[in-house]
Design a protein. Structure first.
Length: 334
């Protein structure tokens, strides 16, 4: 998605605070439990991992980014590499996430993505660097999260995941985060060759959030269930369900009457509503919360009760697991 995703996670206890039973929709028994991934920012405190490890299989650490010229990738800092040990100590796989997010832009850098992906020699060089981090630092795999790309970047993106697979030992994994759409041609336009990527990677994390946001739409759900189902169905035409993770938001957005809104954590959304004396309303269709403050600001957010509904959706569709953005912004996992 072409906007910052730096304030998100999972959810569960919200229903206790704003009505509803967060555990009412917990997943039924199944032969293969959901192998869920929790995203976390490099340098985050260990306690976030300890708190939610019971509900996860993989910790994906957003720790490195490609350079603006597309020729290299930043090195994981100490706060990022520390989380490898934390993940392993808590029985989780540790995955290094590489993105094209630019702190300078406050957004995903499409030009940096093109400068990398349209040059095969740069793709090979970046793959070699990432594989080196995995081997030297004990990571269990890499997730590629390059967003706001174009159709012309598709061959390079496919080459990148293939080069990573070739450069890492067989037990290491490669996954890819994919911006969600309900329209098949949109994936092609965004540089995602779904069928080929589905064969090349171990897991596809479908980012079924940011359906609405203050910088690109009017108020609405972060990821309504009907939209998520349609986006998932589109991807499952090309990628086996057993390789797909359903993205889940643990955050919200504000839409003020004037100016541009911003991202809020689940806790922040609750505090805004409580301080204003407004009423939060659970919308059962999208399975998210919404509220209107006295100054006219509209909020939507996805919380623990929302997460429980997505567990049910994942069970129904037989996908690999859930992919939650991100630990440290949402409620504790069930």
């Amino acid at each position: 998605m072409p906007r910052p995703r730096l304030l998100l996670t999972t959810v569960m206890t919200t229903g206790l605070l704003l009505g509803g039973s967060p555990l009412a929709d917990a997943r039924p028994d199944r032969a293969a439990p959901l192998a869920s991934t929790g995203y976390i920012l490099g340098g985050s405190p260990d306690r976030l991992v300890v708190r939610d490890a019971h509900g996860l299989a993989t910790l994906s650490v957003a720790g490195v980014a490609i350079t603006a010229n597309g020729k290299s990738v930043s090195s994981p800092d100490a706060g990022t590499t520390r989380l490898v040990t934390t993940a392993h100590d808590n029985g989780l796989r540790a995955e290094l996430l590489v993105s094209n997010f630019s702190d300078d832009l406050g957004d995903f850098d499409s030009r940096a993505g093109a400068r990398l992906l349209r040059h095969p020699d740069r793709v090979r060089g970046v793959a070699t660097m990432l594989a080196g981090f995995v081997a030297d630092q004990g990571w269990d795999g890499v997730q590629v999260d390059l967003e706001s790309l174009a159709k012309a970047d598709g061959d390079g993106l496919l080459m990148l995941v293939r080069e990573l697979q070739a450069r890492m030992s067989p037990e290491k994994t490669v996954s890819i985060a994919v911006m969600a759409s309900t329209v098949a041609r949109e994936y092609v336009r965004r540089g995602y060759q779904l069928a080929e990527l589905g064969q090349a990677v171990d897991t596809v994390a479908l980012m079924t959030y940011d359906q609405h946001g203050p910088a690109w739409s009017g108020p609405g759900p972060i990821g309504a269930r009907s939209w998520q189902r349609e986006a998932l169905a589109t991807v499952l035409e090309k990628v086996p369900a057993g390789k797909v993770d359903l993205g889940v938001a643990g955050y919200g957005y504000t839409w003020p009457r004037t100016g541009t809104g911003h991202t809020v954590t689940v806790k922040q959304a609750r505090r805004l509503v409580s301080a204003d004396g407004a009423d939060a309303k659970w919308r059962s269709g999208p399975a998210e919360w919404t509220a209107r403050l006295s100054n006219g600001t509209v909020l939507w957010w996805s919380d623990g009760r929302s997460y429980a509904k997505r567990i049910h959706m994942a069970e129904q569709t037989g996908v690999h697991g859930l992919a939650l953005w991100r630990l440290g912004s949402a409620d504790q996992l069930p």
